[in-house]
Design a protein around this ligand. Structure first.
Ligand code: FAD
Length: 377
């Protein structure tokens, strides 16, 4: 066999794993069915501006180890994510903080805001769904302004049918801190994410436009060990049924002006505006005056078999189906990882942590890779 590892997928998981294997002296081939590398973190220059093609990507982590690792392959700027919300033509600071509450109610101090929240909260002893939970935390007005329409558009479901776990990580602060991520490390690679991926894959043979599933018998002959980062249900030819995803569409507009919306991300939270957010990419790169600017409008779509999979829908039923797939993996021959392989939403730092952990297990137990566990970052 020509290689030690065939890695299916040149996204962040595949590229990180490939980098580790190469650094340890293994012969590696990476393939991807897309014509380009990077997977969902890919950026491309449009009018000199790095455009995040598959949704805005802000790198953030609590893990010094992951931060140190990723900084070997990219220099990060000091971008901090401070999104805004537009609701019925009014703009609000977001995530919900003291300034948001001032904009809503005129409360000026943590004590005033807390007193108002006390009056707004709808008590609920055992919140059974997202709506119950958020009403019990912040009351109806905040729920309707920031959560109800946005969540309904995102999930195409009534918030009463969704678990509160989806929203529980949304910060609600009684300070003026509007930094979305409470992580000590945050930023955007100054050369874009594609350059980061290229550096991870430096010195490694990469073939793009190659679909593993279309030619697996031949491709399997190339290496004894295969790292697969595509959809696990497709790997098994949907044997136990499909694992569905939320999908998105992106419309890109170039404006002949230096700045269009004054911020990287503005969320649109009304139910009757179809898009969920507009993203102005130059702000991620912290660029000053430019001759034009690129704005992407992101709209949730309806899942169908040829749609691009973005967010897994981790209902109990889907997770049970995923388990069925996981149980029939031949772990000696295949390592199935990444967000599609594990049917999990992973932030980039979790993806990297997961790939580093997978490589560590690989070195420690060459023959049998353990079941993936949620990566510690
Ligand atoms: P992918 O990037 O999907 O890579 C998998 C690769 O496998 C793809 O290139 C695919 O073409 C290839 N492939 C699949 N099947 C085959 C096949 N049969 N043959 C050959 N190749 C195949 N994380 C953050 O930390 N911050 C953010 O702000 C953030 N924003 C996000 C916004 C959106 C809209 C989404 C969906 C995710 C966001 N993420 C963010 C998460 C981030 O995108 C993931 O952590 C990361 O992309 C996962 O990398 P991966 O390699 O597992 O998957």
């Amino acid at each position: 066999m020509t290689y030690d590892y065939l890695i299916v997928g040149a996204g962040l998981f595949g590229a990180t794993f490939a980098q580790q294997a190469r650094e340890a002296g293994r012969r590696v081939l990476v393939i991807d069915k897309r014509p380009v590398i990077g997977g969902n973190i890919r950026t491309e220059k449009v009018e000199g501006i790095d455009v995040h093609l598959h949704g805005p990507h802000i790198f953030h982590t609590k893990s010094p180890r992951v931060w140190e690792f990723v900084n070997r392959f990219a220099t990060f700027n000091h971008f901090v994510n401070r999104p805004k919300v537009c609701y019925r033509g009014q703009l609000f600071s977001f995530p919900i903080n003291l300034f948001t509450l001032y904009q809503m109610w005129g409360t000026k101090t943590p004590a005033e805001a807390e007193a108002r929240l006390q009056r707004e909260r709808v008590p609920c002893e055992t919140p059974r769904n997202l709506e119950d939970w958020i009403l019990s935390q912040v009351g109806r007005e905040i729920y309707e302004t920031f959560i109800q329409g946005y969540t309904t558009k995102q999930w195409k479901m009534d918030p009463k049918e969704l678990p509160s776990s989806i929203i529980r990580r949304l910060p609600i602060r009684l300070t003026f801190d509007d930094n979305y991520f409470a992580d000590p490390y945050q930023g955007i690679p100054v050369d874009g994410y594609t350059a980061l991926t290229e550096r991870l894959l430096e010195g490694i043979e990469v073939r793009t436009g190659v679909d593993y599933l279309a030619d697996r018998a031949e491709l399997d002959k190339l290496a004894p060990r295969i790292v697969y980062t595509g959809r696990i249900d497709e790997f098994f030819d949907l044997r136990f049924g499909e694992l569905p995803y939320r999908t998105l569409s992106f419309r890109q507009d170039v404006y002949e002006q230096s700045d269009h919306q004054g911020n990287a991300i503005i969320n649109y939270t009304e139910a009757d505006i179809p898009h969920t957010r507009r993203v102005e990419h130059k702000h991620f790169a912290m660029m000053g005056e430019t001759k034009c600017t690129v704005v992407t409008t992101e709209t949730p779509g309806t899942w169908h078999k040829n749609a691009t999979p973005y967010y897994p829908i981790n209902t109990a039923e889907n997770d049970q189906r995923y388990k069925q797939y996981r149980e029939v993996v031949d772990h000696e021959r295949f390592l199935i990882g990444g967000r599609l392989g594990e049917y999990r939403y992973y932030d980039m730092d979790q993806t990297i942590a997961s790939a580093l952990a997978a490589w560590k297990r690989e070195v420690e137990k060459p023959a049998i890779a353990a079941k993936p566990s949620r990566p510690r970052v």
